[in-house]
Design a protein around this ligand. Structure first.
Ligand SMILES: Cc1ncc(COP(=O)(O)O)c(C=O)c1O
Length: 418
């Protein structure tokens, strides 16, 4: 396997090799030597229910008993769509596929089909999967022109960039200007409502409302990439959290309770552009595989159960308060930002100054961060080298205290070496 990994993101620059996992259980993972780690990666956010949750195991077992039939509709896809309609604000209709990348690709096509326009606006530092059209400007070098779409991979056709308009997050004037400059040409404004892929950058008060108003004024779709925010801090995702309803949204990661599924949801009149009702294609053998559909149904029951978010927020409140204390004691300049059970760290930045956009985030000291990650892993805390970290609904206060002790130790390492 090139680089010894199935996905580039599994490389671990802090270790110099991938972090190989033998198995996971609850809030913990075990390496190939049987060493135990408290997990603060949680499958990049997919394992919001922890590893091997009994309800997910039972759902997968049930799918196997049903013959794991695929490439066919069952009653379960319909039930899942109904459940989403109850929970997620814009979900008047739904389609399911296997990954965020795949669904984002289809959702962009749908936005273009529904508006008859090709261009879209995205925010710098926001990640929307790896398809050619969307793989732009999520981690450009600081030397790159912030207004020019930056292709994040070789092999993306050069003319793809002509459809991409890049704007800084949390800057209403820049967004207004971009809409005005491309009036009548913008199919969608695509965004992570909470920009976890640059750590954890929150939308400033009123910014999502401004996005909604500008989309309405210019006939563009407000398209939330909720792959990470779905079910994260609230059952209705960022739309519920911020009280802004999108036209289209893509849900992923936590949605499947660790199984591969993603949903494209949206307003009925937009979704009806899909074949066989309209002329926009979305099909595939493995779309909405029954194992993942049943797992997602089981996961939604957990998310909708009384006290689910209250319990997780209580664990988080205690952990984040402890984290701030540890940072203050450490003498290391590191800014921490969080939303629900996920957080971002910015080494080398003022602990008290909010990070509002990608350019601010990208000034962080990566070498310090890598040293920190190594220090955590050495102390039995699995932190990955990605931009965001987090815990699950089954992490206990005791496990989070263990995490804090490891974090304090790792910050001491950073303080000694830098
Ligand atoms: C915001 C966002 N969108 C899309 C994706 C792509 O999803 P997947 O990894 O399931 O293809 C990710 C994955 O990390 C993501 O964080």
């Amino acid at each position: 396997m090139p680089g010894g990994v199935s996905a580039t993101a599994r490389r671990n620059a802090a270790l110099g090799h991938p972090f190989y996992i033998a198995r996971g259980e609850g809030a913990r993972v075990y390496d190939l030597d049987g060493r135990e780690y408290v997990d603060l990666c949680c499958s990049h956010g997919a394992s919001l229910l922890g590893h091997g949750h009994p309800a997910i195991r039972a759902a997968v077992q049930r799918a196997l008993e049903l013959g794991a039939v695929c490439a066919a509709e069952t009653e379960y896809q319909v039930a899942l769509a109904h459940r989403l309609r109850d929970l997620v604000p814009c979900a008047e209709m739904a389609r399911f596929s296997s990954s965020g990348t795949e669904t984002m690709m289809h959702a962009l096509r749908l936005a273009r089909a529904a508006t008859g326009r090709d261009k879209f606006i995205k925010f710098e530092g926001h990640f929307h999967g790896y398809s050619d059209f969307l793989n732009f400007s999520w981690a450009p070098p600081l030397a790159a022109d912030p207004t020019a779409p930056y292709a994040e991979s070789a092999g993306i056709p050069r003319d793809t960039a002509q459809h991409v308009i890049v704007v800084p997050f949390n800057d209403p004037d820049a967004l207004r200007a971009a809409f005005a400059a491309h009036d009548g040409q913008v199919a969608a404004l695509i965004m992570e409502p909470v920009n976890y892929d640059s750590g954890c950058i929150l939308p400033q008060p009123g910014f999502l409302q401004t996005c909604r108003e500008l989309c309405d004024a210019h006939g563009a779709m407000l398209f939330f990439d909720e792959v990470l925010t779905a079910f994260r801090a609230a059952a209705g995702g960022a739309q519920q959290l911020y009280g802004v309803t999108a036209d289209l949204a893509v849900l992923g990661k936590a949605f499947g309770g660790g199984m591969p599924i993603s949903a494209l949801v949206g307003r009925r009149e937009v979704m009806e552009h899909m074949r066989p009702l309209g002329s926009c294609e979305m099909s595939g053998t493995y779309l909405s595989h029954i194992t993942a559909v049943l797992a997602a149904q089981a996961a939604l029951e957990q998310f909708a159960s009384p006290g689910f978010y209250e319990q997780m927020h209580a664990v988080g409140e205690r952990f984040y308060a402890g984290f701030h204390d540890v940072i203050a004691r450490s003498g290391v300049a590191v800014r921490m930002q969080h939303c629900g059970p996920r957080f971002g760290l910015y080494f080398g930045l003022d602990p008290d100054e909010p990070v509002l956009n990608y350019r601010m985030a990208a000034r962080q000291d990566h070498a310090q961060f890598l040293r920190f990650v190594r220090g955590c892993i050495e102390r039995g805390l699995y932190v990955h080298v990605s931009a965001h970290h987090g815990f699950s609904a089954v992490h206990t206060d005791a496990e989070m205290d263990f995490a804090l002790a490891a974090i304090e130790g790792a910050l001491t390492d950073v303080h000694k070496e830098f």
